[in-house]
Ligand binder design. Structure first.
Ligand code: NAD
Length: 260
């Protein structure tokens, strides 16, 4: 059980992050929910988690592209809950374009959210984890931290960078009871995947069905999407005592994609 543990999950108003926040709360952890979206919908989700699982759930609107807002979120979590024991760096965005047309601002935004934000959260949360000699850092990477696809220059670069950062953090914290691991999902059916279908149709001149079957599921030998609940279950395992010796690893959950 994760009772008395406090967790921050970035980008947890949707998709994988929301499933992780719910799974952690179900195990008894208090959770900080973060991300964008309709305020009424977010509040409904927050209150629902608190009520359903009997935990403290707070919402922090910090923009993961803003280092000062990230530091303030970790400080607020520590002040309100008493500690940050579990940090799930999950917020992420995608943009699909040939490199010669790749907008410079999109490159900068994706590097900021998908890579630098994790540096800033880890930097802020590490002193407390070290002092308490317990911590779990889970970085939501991607199959694209291990292999590439065309038209995803910023995303692939950021996720490869995140996998490198993860290894450094694991080594620095190894003797402090703090683990750091990447999870690398293949295609998970979430709004992030749904939103990239139109641009992929354009970039590759394909229909919607062709993108789903010939581009997305083409990469995945099982020919099935990963579910958000399956990813959340892996996060829970990495937070358990059984996973105390798993650190610095990058665990694939990709239907066999990166075996091919
Ligand atoms: P999603 O779009 O459903 O959710 C992304 C979350 O990040 C949302 O809560 C959104 O509000 C938040 N977010 C975006 N920009 C933010 C910002 N600047 N500040 C704070 N929050 C911000 O996406 P998802 O599919 O659930 O993806 C979650 C993570 O999993 C991402 O890091 C993504 O790269 C990774 N991932 C997803 C897949 C997939 O197939 N869906 C595969 C591999 C890895």
């Amino acid at each position: 059980s994760l009772a008395k543990r406090n967790a921050v999950v970035t980008g947890s108003t949707s998709g994988i992050g929301l499933a992780c926040a719910r799974a952690l709360a179900k195990e008894g952890a208090n959770v900080v929910i973060n991300g964008f979206g309709d305020p009424a919908g977010i509040e409904k989700e927050r209150a629902g988690i608190a009520e359903e699982f009997g935990v403290t759930a707070i919402y922090d609107a910090a923009d993961m592209s803003q280092p000062d807002e990230i530091a303030a979120m970790i400080a607020k979590a520590e002040a309100t809950l008493g500690s940050v024991d579990i940090l799930v760096n999950n917020a992420g965005v995608q943009f699909v374009s040939p490199i010669e047309e790749f907008p410079i601002e999109k490159w900068n935004q994706i590097l900021a959210i998908n890579l630098s934000a994790s540096f800033h959260t880890i930097r802020a949360a590490t002193p407390g984890m070290k002092a308490r000699r317990w911590g779990r850092i889970v970085n939501m990477a991607s199959a694209h931290s291990l292999v590439a696809s065309p038209f995803k220059a910023a995303y692939v670069a950021a996720k490869h960078g995140l996998a490198g950062l993860n290894k450094v953090v694991a080594l620095e914290l190894a003797t402090f009871g703090v683990t750091a691991n990447c999870i690398s999902p293949g295609y998970v059916w979430t709004p992030l995947v749904e939103r990239q279908i139109p641009d992929t149709m354009k970039a590759r001149n394909l229909t919607r069905d062709q993108v789903i079957n010939d581009v997305l599921l083409q990469a995945q030998p099982t020919k099935e999407f990963v579910t958000v609940e399956q990813v959340a279950a892996l996060v829970l395992f990495l937070c358990s005592d059984s996973a105390a010796q798993i650190t610095g690893s990058n665990i694939s959950i990709d239907g066999g994609w990166t075996a091919a």
